[in-house]
Design a protein around this ligand. Structure first.
Ligand SMILES: C[S@@+](CC[C@H](N)C(=O)[O-])C[C@H]1O[C@@H](n2cnc3c(N)ncnc32)[C@H](O)[C@@H]1O
Length: 233
């Protein structure tokens, strides 16, 4: 037996690499990713899983989290819109990270950091009740029934999220998949959240910025669904 903290081995089923990066994107990754990467999150960087010093990271600002930021448009939009907030974005897909870095250069936003990996690594090292808002925009749908347990809206992810969210903190979910709405409504409340609002096309959050996946869904004739939960307590 050992009393060292351990983290379970986890499977990640999504894509980590896509098509060849443009020269400019390779340059962003080489020049900017190190500076913008949140230290102390990966196993390699923090094998003891010592909790992050959130006040030092955010300089005392509220911490917001975006899970799976894709191309980063929503993350950069929120950082620019809310300069008094600090955002962490998680995304394992390197092409998405490179796209975000280009947008950060263009916007000049400085109130954000990146974990270029699985959000579960971040959940391990965030202190309890440290996150004031969380965005889950167009999570991977995993349409086959036998893959539904890979969805974010399953107990392991949701219990880890609930632990790090402050009482009263908002959790937003956007999806175009009716069965994802069903599972979200079934699984999120038992993890410690109350449903506050459920709207559809044309009735997104007042500060919403439509994402690449939402645009794709609209082009292909699927309707957006917007769900807002509040952490109990
Ligand atoms: C369908 S895409 C949506 C991207 C973006 N939010 C949008 O709306 O355009 C889902 C994203 O979630 C990311 N993702 C999946 N599992 C994740 C995890 N465990 N941690 C962080 N991101 C994850 C994927 O890499 C992918 O980029």
């Amino acid at each position: 037996m050992t009393d060292e903290p351990t983290t379970p081995r986890r499977n990640f089923y999504g894509r980590v690499h896509g098509k060849t990066l443009r020269t400019s994107q390779k340059q962003y990754l080489a020049e900017d990713l190190g500076r913008l990467t949140l230290p102390g999150v990966t196993q390699a960087d923090n094998p003891g899983r010592i909790p992050l010093d959130v006040a030092a990271i955010t300089a005392g600002r509220p911490l917001w989290l975006e899970v799976g930021f894709g191309g980063g448009e929503h993350l950069v939009h929120m950082a620019a819109r809310y300069p008094d907030v600090f955002l962490i974005g998680c995304e394992p897909f390197v092409n998405g990270v490179a796209m975000l870095l280009g947008k950060i250069r263009a916007s000049g936003a400085e109130n954000l950091a990146i974990h270029p990996g699985d959000v579960r690594d971040l959940f391990d090292v965030l202190p309890p009740a440290s996150v004031a808002k969380c965005f889950l925009n167009y999570p991977d749908p995993w349409p086959k029934a036998r893959h539904h347990r890979r969805r974010f809206v399953t107990p392991d992810y949701l219990q880890a999220l609930a632990r790090v969210m402050q009482p009263g903190a908002e959790f937003r979910v956007a999806t175009d998949i009716p069965d994802y709405v069903r599972q979200t409504l079934e699984e999120v409340p038992p993890a410690g959240f109350d449903l506050i609002a459920q709207t559809g096309a044309g009735a997104a959050w007042e500060d919403w910025l439509s994402t690449r996946y939402e645009q794709k869904a609209l082009r292909e004739g699927r309707d957006p669904h917007y769900l807002t939960f509040r952490r109990q307590g």
